[in-house]
Design a protein around this ligand. Structure first.
Ligand code: SF4
Length: 461
């Protein structure tokens, strides 16, 4: 996960634009936030642990002056949630300084680290800094040449934005695992962000996705782009459609909201049930719930209200906080549930810690039956491309059958969307996606053993 954004707008102070862009991307990472700004001559930056609103005050933003800027909100997978891992990373090189923000996960970080000189000192403990250092210390007369060299060796997921004192640079791994898009801003300006909702928030006009293997540079000469030679099969993370991206974002021309709505409709066809009402677990499953209701002809009701000021339980890396967080997270609408046979649509069951609490909350509120419907197939393999689903042990569907999961979560019935119908709902081809955690077929090689993984995810497309 992680959210990244960058703005180039001559004549404007753009730190606030990046701040509001990141605000729209806060769902992608809530552990730390940072912004770096260039004024044509120098770079300045600020980063801290916490949500964007806690990290940046008027006074801090007021100090970040310049017409080029980038920012990052972090969700940790590799490297713990500590300040040295907060981004952007600031690098000083023989060809000038840059700030660096990464969304993704490298699968060959150890090999890349070994390729760096032993005298290189790392401040952080994440794969992101290894990529930044590989660029900073690479050979090549320009940053773009160094980026190309780093991309030739880096394996895994990396969508990156960088700023120099007078330019923004963005690039995306040759598989295109994590999203990254570009738009225009005002007169001659550009904005790059993880999702189109960040562009819309500040009034930038969406142009297109940055392509897999593409490097985009924006500076006083305008926008230019080139592709690296290495070409890989496309592998956009399917969970961007299922769960991560905001429903108001558009990914390669397809509205996330509509894709989720179609998932709900397909789920109703695959797993119909005799019930009274349909509800969704807020927020990301709501379009799917509305789709299920539309297809089944059952009324859609709000069954749970989410306290929006508590972070996403899934995104928080600490299991204790996860366990406690969900109890604070939802309140039931008793009037919509009492005596009803309820279809509950959710987007995924990862560890299976949240779902039993939701089912009991609905039963305590008076639901007569609880039929769980999931707009993703069972997650049966870990992710090593930037999502916190690291080991087989912690994935409930890797260890239990569907009926065992149903019993464990306390539902009357349980149905998952199939892989084929899921792909169909996106309006794209199966070959466009990484489906690694659903099928065990991963996009990049070499595939590394995950820390604590008790089986090796080892197939290459
Ligand atoms: S393994 Fe799953 S979560 Fe990870 S990138 Fe692939 S589809 Fe996304």
């Amino acid at each position: 996960m992680c959210g990244i954004a960058a703005v180039y707008a001559p004549g404007l102070d753009v730190a606030r634009l990046v701040y509001f862009g990141l605000y729209a991307l806060q769902h992608r990472g809530q552990e730390s936030a940072g912004i770096a700004v260039g004024d044509g001559a120098t770079l300045s930056s600020h980063r801290e642990m916490g949500l964007l609103t806690g990290v940046f005050t008027e006074e801090i933003l007021g100090r970040l002056n310049g017409y080029v800027a980038m920012g990052h909100t972090r969700y940790s997978t590799t490297g713990s949630s500590i300040i040295v891992n907060a981004q952007p990373f600031m690098e000083d090189t023989d060809i000038g300084p840059f700030a660096f923000g990464h969304n993704g996960n490298l699968t060959n970080a150890d090999a890349m680290l070994a390729a760096l000189s032993p005298s290189v000192e790392l401040d952080a403990t994440s794969d992101s800094e290894i990529l930044a250092k590989t660029i900073a210390l690479g050979s090549g007369a320009t940053l773009v040449e160094r980026i190309k060299s780093a991309m030739a060796v880096a394996e895994g997921a990396y969508s990156v934005v960088m700023v120099t004192p007078d330019s923004i640079i963005a690039f995306r791994d040759p598989w295109g695992v994590r999203p990254l898009c570009i738009g225009t801003y005002g007169d001659g300006g550009y904005m790059i962000a993880s999702e189109s909702c960040a562009l819309a928030t500040v009034g930038a006009q969406y142009l297109r996705e940055i392509e897999a293997g593409e490097i985009v540079v924006v500076d006083r000469n305008g926008m230019r782009s080139e592709h690296i030679e290495k070409v890989e099969p496309p592998a956009l993370c399917m969970f961007e459609y299922i769960y991560f991206a905001r429903p108001d974002s558009v990914l390669t021309g397809r509205s996330i909201y509509m894709a989720r709505y179609e998932m709900g409709r397909a789920l109703a066809r695959e797993h119909p049930v005799d019930a009274d009402v349909v509800m969704a677990v807020p927020d990301s499953a709501i379009p799917g719930g509305i789709g299920y209701a539309a297809e089944s002809g059952l009324p859609y009701v709000e069954g749970l209200i989410k306290n929006r000021y508590i972070g996403r339980t899934f995104i928080n890396p600490d299991q204790n906080v996860r366990n406690q967080g969900v109890q604070l997270k939802f309140n039931p609408i008793v009037e919509n549930l009492r005596g009803q046979r309820v279809v509950v649509v959710d987007d995924s069951i990862v560890r299976g810690t949240t779902t039993p609490r939701i089912v009991s909350l609905l039963r305590e509120a008076g639901a007569r039956e609880v039929h769980l419907r999931i707009t993703s197939p069972p997650i049966v393999h870990p992710c090593y491309l930037g999502v916190d689903m690291a080991t087989y042990k912690e994935l409930i569907a890797a260890n239990l059958t569907v009926d065992q999961i149903r019993a464990r979560v306390g539902a009357d019935s349980l149905g998952y969307l199939s892989v084929d119908r899921l792909v169909e709902s996106t309006g794209r081809e199966r070959s466009d996606f990484c489906l690694g955690c659903l099928t065990g077929v991963y996009p990049s090689s070499p595939v590394v053993a995950l820390p604590g993984a008790d089986r090796q995810p080892a197939l290459k497309l």
